[in-house]
Design a protein around this ligand. Structure first.
Ligand code: PLP
Length: 405
């Protein structure tokens, strides 16, 4: 007879996996689907990618480019990335043979870089509010995330706080410019400060520039940290096709770093994923060859989307700092949600009003810091944003449903 008094075995998971929870953003997407809500939660476009990318990927499949690419990326794609970088940022020269590793999205690029270059016991500085992957990336690498606050409403860096975060345990700092979720774009003076501190403490920079072309500051608005004096030899630049070319499902990204670092990243990447999809790297060549006008149009279209959504949010009663870059708006909800429960408020918005957002607490280590914030994303057609605006017009403090739907 089985022993009825024995406690049932609890499935054991690793201590590392137990330290983080499932992404709330994906939960909000599921809620949006279940309630037919306009999904302004997860940051993916609802419009088509440029046809040149599709044609190139289809042609590659038809030409039987269907086996493993070279683990660190097809030569033609790496050459195209290097040429695009040189064309966009004159003076920044990247050797495609030794300084690029093509990865499965910038998501893999960041964790491959950390696993390759960070040791257990190291500290990795990151700004808060944060994009939710960086903390788990550091933890999976055995390192300790060290948070530095971006201060609302303008998301400023307090110089003294940043200086105090650096120590002889610091191995790296994670930058993300333009920034998800705040829309902050790092300015020259801020990058100079980072350069000074990284040199003093011999630290690396992992910089996620997936929104490099999505900003509202005009030409020269985005400064790649790798081009800042003092950071050239200590920067791993992380990027991807996902956002610039509206192909988040393709999972093609890359790192750019000095050869010694790239060689370590390539080894880790090989064991993680072997390589990114070969025919989609051919699509990536077409992306890199798009004319300059593509990027001008991209920024203009995103400005239109931002302005439409921001006007609707202001009419609804949210307060926020208009983003300088990326495609998110962090909103203060105090006027509409005096209870200050971001998760309940976001659920009510999704189920009662029909607009899915991300609760602010998912961007902070201490959920209390995000209780009066929700994040809207606008990588959407104008018609989608107009639909969201119409639904938001129904949201007033009095009209807010009292219970989660
Ligand atoms: C800052 C940031 N980095 C990385 C990613 C994911 O990029 P990828 O699709 O290239 O893995 C996102 C997606 O939202 C993001 O906002």
């Amino acid at each position: 007879m089985p022993d009825q008094t024995a406690t049932p075995a609890r499935p054991r998971v690793s201590a590392k996996a137990a330290t983080f929870t499932e992404s709330v953003i994906r939960e909000m997407t599921r809620l949006a689907l279940a309630h037919d809500a306009v999904n302004l939660a997860q940051g993916f476009p609802d419009f088509a990618c440029p046809p040149q990318l599709k044609e190139a990927a289809k042609a590659a499949i038809d030409a039987d480019v269907n086996q493993y690419a070279i683990t660190w990326g097809a030569a033609e794609f790496r050459a195209a990335v290097a040429a695009k970088v040189a064309g966009t940022y004159p003076g920044w020269s990247v050797d495609p043979d030794t300084e690029i590793c093509v990865t499965c999205g910038s998501t893999e690029a960041m964790i491959a870089a950390m696993l390759a270059l960070v040791d257990p016991g190291d500290e990795v500085i990151m700004f808060e509010p944060f994009y939710e992957n960086y903390g788990p990336d550091a933890i999976l690498s055995g390192a300790r995330p060290k948070l530095v606050r971006l201060h609302a409403p303008d998301w400023t860096i307090d110089e003294a706080e940043l200086r105090a975060a650096f120590s002889d345990r610091t191995r790296a700092i994670v930058l993300n410019t333009p920034h998800n979720p705040t829309g902050k774009v790092l300015r020259r003076a801020e990058l100079d400060l980072v350069a000074e501190l990284c040199q003093r403490h011999d630290a690396l920079v992992f910089t996620d520039e997936i929104y490099e072309h999505i900003h509202y500051l005009g030409p020269g608005g985005h400064i790649p940290p790798a081009t800042v004096p003092g950071l050239e030899d200590r920067t791993v630049t992380i990027n991807a096709l996902s956002k610039t070319y509206a192909v988040t499902g393709w999972r093609v990204g890359w790192t750019i770093a000095p050869a010694a670092y790239t060689s370590a990243i390539r080894k880790v990447h090989d064991f993680l994923t072997v390589g990114a999809a070969a025919p989609l790297q051919a699509g990536g060549v077409a992306a890199m060859n798009l004319p300059q006008t593509y990027y001008v149009d991209l920024a203009r279209q995103y400005r239109e989307r931002r302005d439409l959504l921001c006007a609707a949010l202001a009419r609804t009663g949210f307060t926020f700092r208009e983003p300088d870059g990326a495609y998110y708006v962090m909103c203060d909800t105090r006027a509409l949600d005096p209870a200050g429960d971001d998760v309940a408020f976001a659920r009510r918005l999704a189920t009662g009003i029909g607009v899915a957002t991300v609760p602010g607490s998912s961007f902070f280590a201490d959920p209390a810091d995000g209780r009066h914030i929700i994040r809207f994303g606008f990588p959407k057609k104008l018609t989608t944003l107009e639909a969201a605006a119409r639904r938001l017009a129904r949201l007033t403090p009095a009209a807010t449903p009292a219970t989660p739907g």
